[in-house]
Design a protein around this ligand. Structure first.
Ligand code: CTP
Length: 396
């Protein structure tokens, strides 16, 4: 990989010493690091340390380089990645609100490079509504966060707020340089999460899907440049920034919400765990024990539309991907679904007994008319990228 320039902002936090190790990590990977320190950061680490490590001037003050009177702009432009690690609650608030009152906040506002923030602070400051709101704002603008670790904090509290380890920060940043942009100009439709099929206003039939797989797919496709519509059932995940999210409840809602984006898309991935059946009638009022025992005890179920099969019937040139979540005979069931649903390939995985649903990791097989490919257990994000690689191969 060619050498990149990382502008590393260091703020006034006890974890500032870890930034020295971080500089080393980037250098080991062959990159150049230029450090900007806030005035407060210099109370924790002497600028001479960074100067010696980076062999570059350490920038602190807006006016401390007479040779370059607008070096907040030149520093901002030099960055291939602009990283603030550790980032205090104060610096995060300034960046979120466009306050530019020192060199680091000014350069962060002026940069057009991807901005990455690794927060470090007391757990209560981290959890404070103001900090969480600021993070949400920044995320929605595409800022990437390297979440702090949980553990024993310098102040004596225990909880989330400890700066992530330098190797983890460096790996996450270096991975951004590798990020493919092979989906620019492509439109994706992705379904995610469970559906809810109402029995009455307070009861419904649903399943264990957390939506994590579909959301990870949406984020991966977005990061590779695609325009993504994510149609999701009820989940407790935050909407991914830069993705068009449509929230639905039932299988019928899902089908309706998918029709237009399907027409416009180049690829559709059906990761939703759709309820196959729904109650034939939804009661208008809450069914009562004793009074409505007959209705509660004998809920008549009727078929829901098969969203994937319905849309794939007119798939044209689109690449269509289905999932098969199975507790047993994974490959045989996946092959049956491939034939039944008209998808280009099926991502098969085992569920139940603590597997797949709600977990961070997944192990899958790609089942297509060409056979089966095994993708060993990896994070849902890595599996997402492997699925997208399979789709890219099929684009003409
Ligand atoms: N699917 C769908 N609409 C449905 C049911 C399933 O779009 N009504 C999609 C899912 O999103 C998934 C694929 O079809 O991509 C397979 O889903 P799954 O629930 O595993 O299969 P079913 O068709 O429900 O088959 P079975 O109940 O036999 O497992």
């Amino acid at each position: 990989m060619s050498q990149k320039t990382i502008v590393l902002g260091v703020t006034g936090c006890i974890a500032a010493y870890k930034s020295c190790a971080l500089v080393r990590e980037f250098q080991r990977a062959g990159h150049r690091v230029k450090v900007i320190m806030t005035e407060h950061a210099t109370h924790f680490v002497d600028p001479v340390t960074f100067r010696a490590l980076t062999h570059e001037k350490v920038a602190i003050d807006l006016f401390d380089d007479p040779a370059d009177p607008i070096h907040h702009i030149s520093l901002a432009q030099e960055a291939d990645i602009f990283l603030i690690a550790p980032c205090t609650a104060n610096m995060m608030a300034k960046v979120a609100h466009g306050i530019a009152d020192d060199l680091l906040s000014t350069a962060a506002l002026a940069t057009t490079a991807p901005l990455v923030i690794a927060p470090a602070m007391n757990v209560h400051m981290y959890e404070a509504a103001a900090t969480q709101e600021n993070m949400k704002t920044l995320r929605s603008r595409g800022v990437k966060f390297i979440e702090p670790d949980a553990g024993y904090l310098a102040c004596g509290d225990v909880g989330k707020g400890r700066l992530s380890e330098p190797t983890d920060i460096a790996n996450a940043v270096i991975a951004l340089f590798d990020e493919k942009k092979d989906l620019v100009g492509k439109k994706f439709l992705i379904t995610a999460g469970p559906t809810r099929e109402r029995i009455d206003p307070v009861r419904y039939i649903t399943n264990d899907s957390s939506g994590k797989m579909g959301f990870a797919l949406a984020e991966a496709a977005r990061d590779r440049g695609a325009e993504v519509t994510l149609v999701s059932g009820p989940v407790s995940l935050e909407n991914p920034a830069g993705v068009n999210v449509i929230k639905i409840e039932s299988a019928r809602d899902l089908l309706e919400a998918c029709k237009k984006p399907f027409e416009a898309c180049d690829a559709a991935i059906f990761a939703a765990a759709v309820a196959d059946k729904r109650p034939a009638r939804m009661a208008d009022a809450k069914l009562k024990k004793g009074q409505d025992d007959d209705l509660l005890g004998h809920i008549e179920l009727i078929d829901n539309p098969d969203v994937l099969a319905t849309l794939a019937a007119n798939k044209g040139d689109r690449v269509v991907v289905g999932f098969a979540a199975e507790t047993n005979d994974v490959l045989a069931n996946a092959r049956r679904k491939l034939e039944k649903k008209g998808a280009d390939f099926i991502v098969a995985n085992e569920v139940g007994h603590g597997k797949a649903f709600g977990t961070a990791d997944n192990e899958v097989w790609f089942v297509s008319e060409n056979g089966e490919e095994h993708e060993p257990a990896a994070s849902k994000r890595q599996i997402s990228d492997a699925i997208l690689d399979q789709i890219v191969k099929r684009f003409r």
